[in-house]
Design a protein. Structure first.
Length: 403
């Protein structure tokens, strides 16, 4: 009896230890990724690639750490979605403070243009998805989730919910986001140096740029930003983590000045918040690249072609935006770029170029894509069912003819 009892106690202790290790593993992986992203970001800053240095450092770090883990432990870890949520909240908070200093009146007057561009990009994404599904011989819903510019995490989650090819969706989405994030700053820098903010803060300035008197405001902004992200997520708002923190950033200074506080508050988050947010967003993109690819060369070729077609559609949308508005070409390119919304707004912030217009354009697209998700998922599933019925009918006809 005592032996059975001691065995049960030992098994319980082993289970508790395994559970504790499983809970600590994501934190250990994240710590290693952040530790590697920091020197990579410092190294990339020497190349003067602009304010998105830390985003690229995070991409490289996430890919290296997850690929190394897969090689050494023969196991593929799933990308950490919580890390992306935190990164989006931090970037959203930082963008909110920047947008609050801009001219929001011009954004409101451009709402019809945003709506037109959003529907144009969605229609192009649908056409590209249909072509892609025929080329790689996959179901229509998987192809649409892979090609519509709606974000890596969201589209992969929907693919998992409906039992579709999650790895394929994540590959196409990650390739598209990475290509756009790398391509647009490079085009802007080559075309004109006046648009690029090449001043990358030294790490000492980034860490020590906050005055002690502002520390309380920073804590308050982070708490309210986290609360806004949580409430927006609970309300099922598209990109709620980003959008909720964004609203807090816009409203923070006006609300604080409305309260009975001494002096005129004009708080701006330190660069460290943007740095951490960039690294976390980059890490989540890199983690998708750290997974083992399981595709044939033909699938990769068609995937690259679909990404190229998406980029062409974005370029056509940018040309249309130039004809419909007085925006310069870089603003049009950032608004219509088929990259992740948070990443594109972050690029606009790094370039210090019409952040409020780019933010409004991408938020409009996010809302349109996410609010219409139930409708077009339903339509694509019905189309798949009709195609299956037609195939069964053709098989039955051919079978009857043979017999």
């Amino acid at each position: 009896m005592n032996q059975i009892l001691s065995t049960a106690i030992q098994e319980k202790a082993d289970n508790n230890e395994q559970r504790a290790v499983a809970e600590l593993k994501p934190l250990i992986i994240l710590g290693l990724e952040m530790f590697l992203a920091l020197p990579l970001g410092l190294l990339l800053s020497q190349l003067h690639i602009g304010g998105v240095t830390w985003l690229f450092g995070g991409i490289m770090s996430g890919a290296i750490i997850l690929q190394s883990y897969r090689i050494f432990y023969k196991h593929c870890l799933l990308p950490n979605r919580s890390v992306r949520k935190i990164g989006m909240a931090l970037v959203g908070l930082n963008v909110g403070f920047s947008v609050a200093r801009g001219n929001l009146a011009s954004v409101a007057s451009s709402a019809p243009v945003f709506i037109f561009l959003t529907f144009f990009i969605l229609i192009c994404g649908t056409i590209i998805g249909y072509i892609y599904s025929r080329l790689i011989k996959t179901n229509l819903l998987t192809a649409m989730l892979a090609t519509v510019p709606g974000g890596v995490g969201l589209m992969s989650a929907i693919a998992a919910d409906y039992g579709r090819d999650v790895t394929l969706v994540a590959l196409v989405q990650a390739l598209r986001v990475t290509t756009v994030v790398l391509l647009i700053p490079s085009i802007a820098r080559v075309s004109t140096g006046t648009y690029i903010n090449l001043q990358t803060s030294h790490i000492q300035d980034t860490l020590l740029s906050l005055a002690p008197s502002q520390f309380g405001f920073l804590l308050l902004a982070l708490v309210l930003g986290g609360l806004g992200a949580y409430l927006a997520g609970r309300a099922k708002i598209p990109a709620g983590d980003f959008f909720g923190a964004l609203i807090v950033g816009i409203a923070f200074n006006p609300v604080v000045n409305w309260l009975p506080v001494p002096g005129d508050v004009n708080f701006i988050p330190p660069p460290l918040i943007n740095l951490i947010g960039q690294m976390l967003l980059g890490i989540t993109i890199g983690e998708y690249w750290g997974k083992k690819p399981t595709f044939r060369g033909q699938t990769i070729a068609y995937t690259l072609m679909s990404v190229a077609l998406t980029l062409v559609a974005g370029a056509i949308a940018a040309v249309l935006a130039m004809q419909l508005t007085s925006w310069d070409w870089l603003t049009c390119m950032l608004v219509t770029a088929p990259g992740g919304s948070a990443e594109m707004i972050l690029v606009a912030l790094a370039l210090d170029h019409n952040v409020e217009i780019v933010t409004a354009g991408h938020l409009m697209r996010l809302i349109a894509i996410n609010s219409s998700l139930p409708l077009w998922v339903f339509l694509f599933r019905r189309l798949e069912e009709n195609e299956k019925l037609k195939k069964l009918e053709l098989d039955a006809i051919s079978f009857s003819k043979e017999s």
